[in-house]
Design a protein around this ligand. Structure first.
Ligand code: PEP
Length: 253
């Protein structure tokens, strides 16, 4: 990491977990952040849709941001059960994750759909966290960079800047499995993503944060966050407990 790197981001993806009582965990995270436990990192919690408004109200005035885990590509209309980026903004969110591998797998989301969602996020003045990453088969057959390059090219929103877009590299085989790539493997992919961003965005590509995600824990975060071109973490399971999540953010203390 160089002195010119953007402010790191440690983001928690609660997935389909959390009830209103989970606000206690959010408070504990915010208290830790206020006490300096996250150091220089920006801290974000992305609860399920049902908690975005409640958590945003709780986080108001605290040094913690709230985001969502998906949005529709359109602002409004006949899309039963869907939520638009405008609605998320209205509910207090400042970020939205798009293209998480669980959405790509469970809902067959394509790069073009992910791109359209990211562009909807930008229109609504949300920061889009665009997820990309290879499956185990793709890695084992030597296709990691091809897959990541194709997903980046297909999912990056038009008008991406460091202020409105974050890329999350999440190897699918590392999500929720306890497995992680080696630091050298992470460096190879993050350097490749950085080069792809600079190719598309010019110098602005240096300002887009690239998060690593996949089984990040307090025990491995210092090594992973210390890799060149790793500008933070997208954390699933370990973000549900304030102590673990703050233990990860502490890599930036
Ligand atoms: C995720 O779902 O984005 C994720 C990284 O999950 P986990 O940290 O549990 O592997």
């Amino acid at each position: 990491m160089t002195a010119t790197r953007p402010r790191p981001l440690v983001a928690g993806n609660w997935k389909m977990n959390g009830l209103i009582k989970g606000v206690n965990e959010l408070d504990a995270i915010a208290t830790g952040v206020a006490a300096g436990e996250a150091g220089s990192a920006e801290v974000l919690v992305c609860p399920p849709f049902t908690l975005v408004s409640r958590f945003s109200a709780e986080a108001a005035g605290q040094h913690i941001k709230i985001g969502a885990q998906d949005c529709h590509a359109e602002a409004s209309g006949a899309h039963t059960g869907d939520i638009s980026a405008e609605m998320l903004k209205d509910a207090g969110a400042s970020y939205v994750i798009v293209g998480h591998s669980e959405r790509r797998t469970d809902h067959a989301e394509t790069d073009a759909q992910v791109k359209a969602k990211a562009e909807a996020a930008l229109r609504a003045h949300l920061v889009a966290i665009v997820c990309i990453g290879e499956t185990r088969n793709e890695r084992e057959s030597g296709k990691t960079l091809d897959v990541v390059g194709t997903q980046l090219a297909g999912s990056l929103p038009a008008g991406a800047t460091g202020a409105n877009t974050v890329i999350a590299y999440e190897p699918v085989w590392a999500i929720g499995t306890g497995l992680t790539p080696t630091a050298a493997d992470v460096k190879q992919v993050h350097d490749f993503i950085r080069a792809g961003l600079v190719e598309r965005l010019g110098d602005e590509g240096h300002n887009v944060r690239i998060l690593y995600g996949g089984s990040v824990k307090p025990a491995n975060c210092v090594e992973l966050m210390g890799v060149d071109n790793v500008d933070g973490a997208l954390v699933g399971g370990a973000s549900l407990k304030a102590a673990d999540f703050l233990g990860i953010a502490a890599a930036y203390r």
